[in-house]
Design a protein around this ligand. Structure first.
Ligand SMILES: Cc1cc2nc3c(=O)[nH]c(=O)nc-3n(C[C@H](O)[C@H](O)[C@H](O)COP(=O)(O)OP(=O)(O)OC[C@H]3O[C@@H](n4cnc5c(N)ncnc54)[C@H](O)[C@@H]3O)c2cc1C
Length: 608
C-alpha cells in the first residue's frame, strides 16, 4: 500500500527534469541525514565526536536514484543514533565536488565509506563493500563499526555496547537509583540489545544494558527463559520483567521511551517551534485527565474557536482565493464534523450564509459577528475558550492549536471515509482526496506557521496526486503526520511529556506494527482499521466540551413533537431537511438572502 506516496516520488525522480534539479532533489534538507559537500566534508569527519557512514553517489546514476529511498529509510531508522554515528551523502556529480571525490578516491557510484570517531585529517575513510545493502545489514555494520573503536577513540556520547556480566548486574537489584536500568538479555549473535541501547541514546531517565543468554547465573536470578527479554530495574529499587506484546526492537524501544520520567533530550532545531501561540491562552488552571486512546470534542472545538476567532482575524477582508478557501473549509467541516451538535449547526449556518452571499469580498468582522452574536440568539454557539484536553501541553506554548488542527483533519478524513456521500452537491466531491485538498489550501492560506505550510505544501505537491480513494486519503494524512513527527522529534516544539514518535505506538495498536528483515514495518491494513476506530465518531468524548453535543430538535410541522435529530437518510431527503433548517435558522439569526437584518457597521461596508 506504500506505493501511493512512494510511486509519485520515484516518477518525479526518473522524469526528465535535467541533471541539476534531479541531483538537488535526490536528498533534501528534510531527510534525516547530513548533506555534505566539498566545503564541509573534511571538517565534518575530522576528529569528529561521532563515527560517520557516508554514501558518495552521483545524481545521474540510476542505481543511486533507486537506492536513495533505502538510504533515507536507513537514516530515518537510525536517526536517534546520530550522537554515536551519523549518516551522510555527498553528490559527486556536482561540479563543486569533483575534486573532493577524486581526493577521497571515489571511482564508482555509489561508494560507501565509514569514518571512525576522532579520525585524523588525513583519513579518507574505509570502504564498505558488503554485497547486501539492505537496511538491517547496514545497520548491523554500523553497530560493528562502533564496537571496533578502542577505549581511546570511543565516540563520547556512545554508551557501552559490550555485554554486561551477572557479576556487574546482580548487585544492582534492589538498589535505588535516579533512573531506570533496562537489561536486555539476548543470544550472543543478536543485535537487538545494542540497537535498543542506541535507540535510547537521546533519552534521559533510562540506561539500557545488554547481557547474554550464556550467563546462567543471571538467567537463574532473573528467571529469564526466552530471548530477547527485558528486565527492568525501577528507580525505587523494585524490579520486574518488562512486558511487551512482541519481542522486537521497535516494541522494546517504544515501551522504554514511554516510561514515566523518561524524556528525550531537546536538540536545537532549525524548524520553527509551533505551539498554541497566538493571542489566546488556555484558561486552564488544573490538569485535565484524559486518555490517549480517545479524541476529545473540546480539542476540536478549541481548534475551530482559535481558527475562527484568532487565525482568521489576521485577514481583515476575505476575498478571492482566501474567500474561496474559507468557504470550502467551512462547507467541509459542516458536512463532515461528526455528531450533529451545536458545532455542526454553527458551521452549517456559516456555510449557508457564505454561499448565499454573491459578494467578492467579506469583512472578517462580519464573520465574527455572525459567529459570536447572530447565531447565539438561536442557541447555536461555539465555546469561546481554549480548552485543550488531549492537546494539553506540559507548559504554555507547547501543543495546543497545531495538535488540534491535525486532530480535526484526521477526524474529517475518517468521517469522509465513513460517509462517502456527505460531500455530494458541495462542489468538493470531484477529486479523490477532497479533505486533503481543502486542508492543503487552508494550511497554505491561513495556517499561522508559514514554514509548516511550506513543508506541507512540498509534501502535498510530491505525493497527493497519488491518492486514489478515501482509504488512501486517511492513510496519506497519517503517514504525512508521522513524517512531521519524525522531523520534529527532539526539537524545541517537542513536549517532553508527549514526545513525538511514530504513531500509533505499540501500546495503542500492537497489530499496527510488524517487522520484515529486521526492519520495522507498518501493517497498513491494521493502521487503517485503527485510524477508523480512533478518529471515528463514536470515539469522540464529549468530556470537557463547552458546546452542546445535541440541540433540541425543532418541533415537527405535522405532530408538533420534537423530531429525532439524525444524519442518515437519502441524499435528497437530507437536502430538503437541510434547506428547511437553513430557512428556520436564517429567520432566527436575522439573516436573509445574504443580508443581515438590522446589522451593525459592517453591513453598510461597501463589499463590492
Ligand atoms: C499541517 C501541519 C504542519 C506542521 N508542520 C510543522 C513544521 O514543519 N515544523 C514544526 O515545528 N511544526 C509543525 N507543525 C506542528 C507540529 O506538527 C505539532 O502539531 C506541534 O509541535 C504540536 O505537537 P504535539 O505533540 O501536540 O503532537 P501533534 O503532532 O500535533 O499530534 C497531535 C496528536 O495527533 C495524534 N497523532 C500523532 N501522530 C499521528 C499520526 N501520524 N496520525 C494520526 N494521528 C497522530 C496524537 O494523538 C497526537 O497527540 C505542523 C502542524 C500542522 C497541522
Amino acid at each position: 500500500m506504500l506505493w501511493f506516496w512512494f510511486f509519485p516520488v520515484v516518477l518525479w525522480l526518473v522524469a526528465p527534469h535535467g541533471c541539476v534539479s534531479t541531483s538537488a532533489r535526490l536528498y533534501t534538507e528534510e531527510d534525516p541525514l547530513v548533506i555534505l559537500s566539498s566545503s564541509n566534508l573534511k571538517p565534518a569527519v575530522t576528529n569528529s565526536s561521532s563515527a560517520w557512514f557516508l554514501q558518495f553517489y552521483s545524481s545521474w546514476c540510476g542505481h543511486c536514484i533507486q537506492y536513495s529511498e533505502t538510504w533515507k529509510a536507513l537514516a530515518r531508522d537510525v536517526q536517534d543514533w546520530q550522537q554515536a554515528v551519523r549518516v551522510g551523502v555527498l553528490d559527486c556529480a556536482q561540479e563543486e565536488n569533483f575534486d573532493v571525490c577524486k581526493e577521497f578516491n571515489i571511482k564508482f557510484y555509489p561508494t560507501f565509506k565509514y569514518f571512525r570517531a576522532h579520525s585524523p585529517e588525513t583519513e579518507r575513510g574505509t570502504p564498505y563493500r558488503g554485497a547486501d545493502r539492505e537496511i538491517q545489514s547496514v545497520r548491523q555494520v554500523m553497530v560493528n563499526i562502533l564496537q571496533n573503536h578502542t577505549q581511546q577513540d570511543w565516540p563520547e556520547r556512545c554508551p557501552p555496547l559490550r555485554p554486561y556480566s551477572s557479576a556487574e548486574l546482580l548487585p544492582l537489584l534492589g538498589q535505588r537509583s535516579d533512573q531506570y536500568t533496562a537489561i536486555i538479555v539476548e543470544e550472543p549473535d543478536s543485535y537487538v540489545g545494542r540497537e535498543v541501547v542506541l535507540d535510547l541514546l537521546q533519552f534521559s531517565g533510562v540506561e539500557v544494558r545488554r547481557a547474554l543468554s550464556l550467563d546462567l547465573p543471571l538467567l537463574d536470578a532473573l528467571k529469564i527463559t526466552t530471548f530477547p527479554s527485558v528486565y527492568l530495574l525501577h528507580p525505587n529499587g523494585s524490579h520486574s520483567h518488562l512486558h511487551v506484546q512482541k519481542q522486537l526492537r521497535f516494541f522494546f524501544s517504544s515501551v522504554l521511551r514511554t516510561l514515566a520520567g523518561v524524556q528525550r533530550r531537546v536538540r536545537p532545531s532549525s524548524s520553527t517551534a509551533v505551539g498554541q501561540g497566538g493571542a489566546l491562552q488556555d484558561q486552564q488552571s488544573a490538569w485535565r485527565d484524559f486518555s490517549s486512546s480517545e479524541v476529545y470534542a473540546a480539542d476540536l472545538e478549541s481548534a475551530l474557536h482559535y481558527l475562527l476567532r484568532v487565525e482568521l482575524a489576521t485577514h481583515s477582508t476575505l476575498q478571492g482565493e482566501e474567500l474561496q478557501v474559507f468557504k470550502d473549509f467551512v462547507t467541509l467541516v459542516s458536512k463532515l464534523y461528526p455528531g450533529g451538535g451545536s458545532v455542526v449547526k454553527l458551521m452549517e449556518t456559516l456555510s449557508d450564509w457564505l454561499l448565499s452571499l454573491p459578494l467578492p469580498r467579506i469583512p472578517y468582522q462580519a464573520v465574527l459577528d455572525l459567529v459570536d452574536n447572530k447565531m447565539r440568539i438561536s442557541g447555536v454557539f461555539l465555546g469561546a475558550e481554549l480548552r485543550w484536553v488531549g492537546c494539553q501541553g506540559s507548559r504554555a506554548g507547547l501543543r495546543g492549536y497545531p495538535c488540534s488542527l491535525w486532530t480535526l483533519f484526521h477526524v474529517l478524513t475518517v468521517q469522509h471515509d465513513a460517509t462517502p456521500t456527505a460531500l455530494d452537491n458541495t462542489g468538493l466531491e470531484g477529486g479523490a482526496a477532497p479533505v486533503l485538498q481543502v486542508m492543503r489550501r487552508y494550511v497554505r492560506t491561513f495556517f499561522g506557521c508559514e514554514e509548516c505550510g511550506r513543508h506541507f505544501e512540498r509534501a502535498a505537491a510530491a505525493s497527493l496526486e497519488g491518492v486514489q480513494n478515501r482509504e488512501q486519503q486517511v492513510l496519506w494524512l497519517w503517514n504525512q503526520h508521522n513524517t512531521v513527527n519524525d522531523r520534529l522529534a527532539g526539537s524545541l516544539s517537542d513536549d517532553p511529556l508527549f514526545p513525538k514518535a511514530p504513531w500509533p505506538s505499540p501500546s495503542l495498536c500492537a497489530s499496527c506494527h510488524d517487522e520484515k528483515n529486521g526492519v520495522h514495518e507498518w501493517n497498513q491494513d491494521n493502521v487503517l482499521l485503527f485510524l477508523r476506530k480512533h478518529y471515528g465518531a463514536s470515539n469522540i468524548s464529549p468530556r470537557y466540551s463547552l458546546s452542546p453535543q445535541r440541540l433540541p430538535a425543532p418541533p415537527s410541522p405535522q405532530t408538533g413533537q420534537p423530531q429525532e435529530e439524525h444524519r442518515g437518510g437519502g441524499a435528497e431527503e437530507k437536502e430538503k431537511r437541510r434547506r428547511a433548517r437553513r430557512r428556520r435558522r436564517l429567520r432566527t439569526t436575522g439573516l436573509r438572502g445574504g443580508r443581515v437584518v438590522g446589522a451593525g457597521s459592517w453591513a453598510s461596508t461597501a463589499w463590492t
